[in-house]
Design a protein around this ligand. Structure first.
Ligand SMILES: Nc1nc2c(c(=O)[nH]1)N(C=O)[C@@H](CNc1ccc(C(=O)N[C@@H](CCC(=O)O)C(=O)O)cc1)CN2
Ligand SMILES: Nc1ncnc2c1ncn2[C@@H]1O[C@H](COP(=O)(O)OP(=O)(O)OP(=O)(O)O)[C@@H](O)[C@H]1O
Length: 181
């Protein structure tokens, strides 16, 4: 098994108790986070495969009147993500990976450079902020040069996803911040 598979399995095997406790800590960190509280457009994701459950976070962001966006695989450029507005009215459909995503409607697309915060899914991360994702390279492409767009990427993870050292590749983007517990 490679590191991606090992950590994905570890993440799926967290007990309901461990999961709940960590989730609460993560929620508190988000609720107290200055940059999140002042952001307007926030990208997040719908959890799968044992990822940190983003539902309570999304509910919180809606309560705070944030505009919330979800990624969809670009219909023509399948290496890229598009971000669509997500409200309680949004119809969701499963993509080819089995992840729920909003139905495509160009009216709901936000140009990526208008996102203030991008909550970033990850499989494994290290102290420096390097990450291993699901292997599609979607977030590495999305976040290349994020600094020049005043976007703040924030990783979301459980502590069990932290590893000693990620053997980073030239295209890997170092996250400035990862919220984990
Ligand atoms: N919740 C969530 N949404 C997300 C991501 C994510 O990491 N988490 N992504 C982050 O990039 C994108 C989806 N990336 C993915 C890349 C690979 C696989 C995957 O399961 N690959 C299979 C085989 C592929 C296939 O079935 O065709 C595998 O590796 O076994 C899933 C999602 C966009 N949405
Ligand atoms: N900025 C980029 N430009 C072009 N290709 C890229 C870029 N970033 C990643 N890739 C390509 O994407 C592929 C997958 O990269 P990698 O295995 O690092 O993905 P990942 O970080 O695990 O996935 P993700 O970012 O979707 O969570 C690599 O083969 C790489 O060539």
């Amino acid at each position: 098994m490679n590191i991606r598979q090992i950590i994905r399995q570890k993440r799926r095997q967290l007990s309901p108790n461990e999961r709940d406790t960590a989730q609460q800590t993560i929620y508190q960190k988000i609720a107290r986070h200055q940059a999140i509280n002042t952001a307007k457009n926030i990208a997040i994701f719908l959890s799968f495969d044992g990822e940190v459950d983003t539902k309570p976070i999304i509910e919180y962001l809606w309560q705070q009147n944030k505009s919330v966006y979800l990624p969809i695989i670009h219909p023509f450029v399948s290496t890229h993500l598009l971000f669509l507005k997500y409200t309680s009215q949004t119809r969701l459909i499963k993509n080819k990976f089995g992840i729920l995503e909003p139905e495509l409607n160009v009216l709901n697309v936000l140009p990526n450079n208008q996102l203030d915060v991008i909550f970033t899914p990850l499989v494994a991360f290290d102290q420096r902020g390097y990450r291993i994702g699901m292997g599609g390279g979607f977030y590495d492409r999305l976040l290349a040069n994020y600094q020049s767009k005043k976007i703040l990427p924030i990783g979301l993870a459980f502590a069990c996803q932290k590893v000693q050292h990620i053997d980073n590749k030239p295209w890997d983007v170092r996250l400035p911040e990862i919220i984990y517990a």
